[in-house]
Every structure is written in C-alpha cells, then in structure tokens.
Design a protein around this ligand. Structure first.
Ligand SMILES: Nc1nc2c(ncn2[C@@H]2O[C@H](COP(=O)(O)OP(=O)(O)OP(=O)(O)O)[C@@H](O)[C@H]2O)c(=O)[nH]1
Ligand SMILES: [Mg+2]
Length: 345
C-alpha cells in the first residue's frame, strides 16, 4: 500500500491519526465509491474492492466518499468525516439522508434560463455553509442564453465572494474552467435540480458516458436520469460525486448555515429596538429601515424568514421523532423485562 496512492484518493494525516494501535497493520483504509444495502463498493490503495459491512455497521450510516477501516473483506468502521452533506428525506418521514462525505467543493449547478431560482440556490449554499464545504456556482447552458452576464451578476449577489462560472457543459473548456477545484486528492460533488446538466458536466470531467436526459424531456416533471450516487475519478485527478436532482431540497439543523449566508440580516436584526422583533411593523425595526432605504431587497427578507421557520420546524420534528422512538424502545425493553423470567429475578 503506498501513501501516494492513498493521498490521491483523498486520504490525509488526520484520518491516519484516527487509527488506534491495534488497527495499524491489521486493517486497511478503503474509500466508499458506492453504497448498497449489504455491500459497499470501495477503492483501496490496491484497487477496487467490494466489502461486506460488519454486523454492527449499518450501511444507512455510510455515505459515498466515506473512509472505512477494513479487514479482509469486512468493513469495520467509518472514520470521522471532514465534511458531511445531508438533507431531510423526501416526504413526511422525519429522517436525514446522507448525500456525500469528505467533500471539498460543491459544484452547485443551475442553467442560465427559467430554471435559475435564487431561493433554491440559497438552500444549497446554506447546506454548504453549515457543512464547511466550499460552494461554486456553475451556470450551464450559457451557449443557449443571449445574456449570461445577467445570470452571473445574480449568482454573485447570492453570497459574498462566491465563485460563479458560466459555461457550456458540452463545450471543450469545462475542465479548464473548473480546474481550480478539480485537483489531485480533492473531492467535488454536483448538486442541483433535475435537468440542469450535472451528468453532462460529470461526463466532461471524468471522460465518462453516464446517461443524460433527453433535452426534449428536460422539463418533464418527476424525471430523474441519475438515480444513484457514485464516486468517480476525474480525468485530471480528484474525485467526483454526481447526485440525482432533487425537486426541493429540505433542510434541517442548518441554522448556522442560514446565519452565515444571511449574516448582514442577522447582524442588522441585532440592532432592532425589540429583541423579539418580527421585522414586520414594529417601531425601530432596523431591517424595515434598510428596506425603505433600498439597502436590502425585501424578497431576501422573506426568503430568510421562511428558511428559519422551516429549519426550526424540521429540526424539532426530527428531535421529537427520535425522542418518540427512544421512549418506544424503553417501553419495549420494560415489557420484555417483565416477560423475561431471567430479568424478573
Ligand atoms: N445546450 C446545452 N445543453 C446542455 C448543457 N448542459 C446540459 N445540457 C443538456 O441538458 C439535458 C439535461 O442534462 P443532464 O446532464 O442529464 O442533467 P442532470 O442535471 O444530470 O439531470 P438529473 O440526472 O435528472 O438530475 C441534456 O439533454 C443535456 O445534453 C449545456 O451547457 N448546454
Ligand atoms: Mg444526472
């Protein structure tokens, strides 16, 4: 096993530092490239290897991009991640879904057309801010847009210092345009709605030929061409995770990310006369004053408040669901104890 190979896979000294003495020499690191219910696809310093999860390793808690320690054919444990992207699962179930682990950069993708939606893009930016992942906004289909510059300006306005790139995902310059983020040992993830061109970009960066949507059906609702997540090598080094488009990204436990993206509003709110100001009609509201002066766009205030309400609701609901399942477990154990003569004694 060579360290250069592991480093190229994204292995860093602080993963090494997590191995205890009994694990050094008896286990080996493996990076997860695909997750299945009873099987994990990985890459090790010796190449691709399928691993079986140990009995106490739930593959529901393993994400593409994770580093595992393995012995023989068995995956033993997941090493603490540098970063983790997760979202609230679709539908009403109060669970979180892991998207990808140990990602350095998120390529948040949108098209330069009616698909461009600030509220939707802000959700991805918040997810990145709360996970410590650098976001880059990629605006695809610049070849079909008469004025990409207006979209570039709108994109830059979403977050201070945000890198925004407009391109044609079918064009010859994709690798050059994105080379700053696609380097040896680095991992990028493609995020964005269905049909914006994530897989087209992935193919350009990996030299692959994964299926992309037929452009005539690109607007058909509910069509998702990419259905699973995999870690794939990029042509000039680095690793890429393509993801299926999500219709609406639901956030949970991201209040720190919301504060970071809307830090100007958060700071301004501290100067309102009332600490519990709702920024609607109270006297001395610093935010309403800034809106009246044209310093803040009112729609941004609405988006901020909506996100705060949603995050609070989802985080509380998930906590309540956990509490419910804990008390259910306790009740179950008590009933079990009563029925079990060994424990009744
Ligand atoms: N003209 C043009 N077409 C593009 C560009 N990027 C993507 N497309 C087309 O847009 C359609 C959708 O692209 P995909 O790459 O499948 O989109 P996706 O984001 O992976 O979609 P899901 O897998 O459903 O999430 C395809 O027909 C692509 O050929 C671009 O920059 N310019
Ligand atoms: Mg796709």
């Amino acid at each position: 096993m060579t360290n250069t190979t592991l480093a190229a896979l994204g292995w860093t000294p602080d993963f090494m530092a997590q191995m205890d003495l009994t694990e050094i020499g008896t286990t080996f690191p493996a990076r997860v490239t695909g997750v299945h219910r009873n099987r994990l696809e990985t890459l090790t310093a010796d190449g691709a290897q399928d691993l079986i999860p140990a009995s106490d390793l739930n593959t529901g808690n393993v994400a593409v991009g994770d580093w595992l320690l393995a012995r023989g054919e068995v995956a033993l444990r997941v090493l603490t991640r540098h970063t983790l992207l997760q979202r609230k699962s679709a539908g009403t179930t109060m669970t979180r879904q892991l998207i990808a682990a140990n990602v350095d950069t998120a390529l948040i993708t949108s098209s330069c057309n009616h698909d461009f939606n600030p509220a939707r893009l802000e959700r991805y930016l918040i997810l990145c801010a709360s996970s410590g992942i650098e976001p880059v906004l990629i605006l695809t289909k610049a070849d079909t847009c008469p004025d990409p510059e207006t979209y570039l300006a709108q994109g830059r306005a979403l977050q201070r210092g945000l890198s925004v790139v407009a391109l044609n995902a079918h064009g010859p310059d994709v690798q050059t345009s994105l080379q700053d983020w696609c380097r040896i040992g680095k991992t990028v993830v493609l995020l964005g709605s269905s049909g914006v061109g994530k897989t087209t970009l992935a193919n350009a960066l990996t030299g692959g030929d994964a299926a992309v949507q037929d452009i005539r059906q690109a607007d058909a609702k509910g069509r998702h061409t990419t259905t699973a997540r995999y870690l794939v090598a990029m042509t000039h080094g680095g690793w890429l995770i393509d993801t299926p488009g999500v219709r609406e990204l639901q956030l949970t436990d991201v209040s720190d990310g919301i504060d970071a993206l809307f830090d100007d509003l958060t700071m301004l709110a501290l100067t309102c006369r009332f600490t519990n100001c709702t920024h609607e009609a109270e006297p001395g509201c610093a935010i309403q004053t800034a809106i009246a002066a044209g310093d803040i766009d009112e729609s941004r205030l609405f988006r901020w408040q909506k996100l705060l309400r949603e995050d609070r609701h989802n985080s509380e609901s998930i906590q309540q669901a956990h509490q419910r399942s804990r008390s259910f477990g306790k009740m179950h154990r008590k009933i079990g104890d009563k029925r079990n003569p060994e424990k009744r004694r």
